[in-house]
Design a protein. Structure first.
Length: 431
């Protein structure tokens, strides 16, 4: 009987096992052929990953609950400098994973990973302009030819060109020269440079979104330049020619002399009491020449009843012009409008030229002059020699006791009206 029961149970178990199917599991897999990148911008992109579902008895492959995208500028995004974007709700179909904070104009390598399954590595390039800086050619003591090239990579070009500086830390807002246009290939003929000087430069581009792109920073050194005589007339392409150096200087690197406005010789003390055209010691109101109706009725150019009795002269005559009196010929002091033309129509670079600080000024035609920081005088003292300076014009101010001058210091300049007794530098002009 026992033997019979065992036989029946064995038959039942065999029948039961024969009717049971092997266990099956839901398995998700990456469709490498359908993975792609879309909506690429300068700083982001979307990776579309396609997932399909199969059945398998392999329980090890079941753990597919997280989809990740590895990406890097390295060709192996799973190992080197990678970042990860992920999606935790995974199902059969397509999934969009967005990559942020990318660099413009950069090639990225990416690959999806689903559970323990690795997808194939592919690449894409963000929008953004690729810029190449060319080699400097045709270098002289005062000029060089610089070039650059842009590749748009799907971007729209707004501006391109060359940046030039005297140090390697140059950018769109930190440069002494900027040559620009809207060309993919461009050449800039840079003129008005100092001799025996190293300049740094790079090509750049700006896209329609305002993003800036730079090429490699390179440098070149100009050839040696001879020091000019101060009385050399330099044609800058302006309405008048400018002297290479200051009145009272021998060479363009000399500071020269400092003169009160309207005086033609130097002196030991610069105050109202020593001023040639002042009757009252230590008083501005004693002007005897170059007076205009300025409303300052306390001045000697008004009568006791407030009537203007001055000479109404607004510009120095040649006899009172320090440039003409000392150099003769066609030399004279510049008017305010002529010095304004120099300021507005030329590039001004604060430099150290043969050990002297000042502005290197390049005209529209590429020729240049050096304006040293010659200091200024009041009383018996000379101030800020080698750091700052004032340069007189031949033009009176809107007040009779003042004349127009331009002030220069490290990297800046400004117009001022100053008391006529001050001792300032003079730069001559000629027709």
């Amino acid at each position: 009987m026992k033997t019979y029961l065992r036989s029946v149970l064995a038959i039942i178990m065999i029948a039961f096992c024969a009717c049971e199917k092997d266990p099956t599991f839901r398995v998700l897999s990456i469709n490498d052929n359908a993975t792609r990148v879309t909506n690429i911008t300068t700083t982001s992109a979307e990776v579309i990953v396609s997932i399909f579902e199969t059945e398998s008895g392999d329980h090890y492959n079941y753990n597919h609950n997280t989809l990740e995208v590895y990406y890097s500028t390295s060709s192996n995004p799973f190992i080197e400098s990678y970042k990860i974007a992920r999606c935790t709700t995974v199902y059969a179909g397509t999934h969009t994973i967005r990559l942020y904070n990318l660099e413009p104009g950069t090639t990225y390598y990416y690959a999806p990973k689903l559970g323990n399954q690795y997808g194939k590595v592919s690449s894409f390039k963000t929008k953004g302009i690729t810029v190449e800086t060319g080699t400097a050619t045709d270098i002289t003591s005062s000029s060089a030819k610089l070039s650059g090239k842009c590749t748009l990579n799907g971007s729209t070009l707004q501006e391109s060109g060359i940046l030039v500086h005297m140090n390697s830390s140059l950018s769109y807002t930190n440069c002494i020269r900027r040559f620009y246009g809207t060309y993919l290939d461009f050449v800039a003929n840079v003129t008005g440079l100092m001799g025996n000087t190293t300049y740094y430069y790079c090509a750049y581009a700006k896209d329609s979104e305002g993003n800036l792109y730079y090429g490699a920073v390179k440098n070149f050194t100009t050839k040696n330049q001879s020091i000019r005589n101060a009385k050399t007339a330099v044609d800058l392409g302006l309405s008048v020619k400018w002297a290479a150096g200051n009145v009272g200087a021998t060479y363009e690197t000399d500071y020269g002399n400092l003169y009160a406005w309207g005086e033609t010789t130097t002196k030991s003390s610069y105050v109202w009491g020593t001023y040639l055209y002042c009757n009252y010691k230590n008083a501005w109101s004693g002007m005897t020449k170059y007076t205009i109706p300025d409303g300052q009725t306390a001045g000697s150019w008004y009568s006791y009843n407030g009537t203007f009795i001055g000479d109404n002269k607004r510009t120095l005559t040649l006899s009172d012009d320090a440039a003409y009196a000392n150099w003769g010929g066609n030399w004279r002091m510049p008017t305010e409008s002529e010095l304004a033309e120099l300021a507005n129509s030329c590039s001004w670079d604060w430099v150290i030229f043969h050990g002297i600080q000042g502005f290197w000024i390049a005209g529209p035609n590429g020729n240049s002059i050096f304006l040293p920081a010659a200091g200024w005088r009041v009383g018996t003292d000379t101030h800020t020699l080698g750091l700052e300076s004032y340069y007189w014009t031949s033009s009176l101010s809107s007040y009779s006791d003042m004349a127009r001058a331009i002030f220069i210091s490290s990297g800046s300049s400004r117009w001022e009206s100053k008391d006529r007794f001050y001792g300032f530098a003079v730069r001559a002009v000629c027709e």
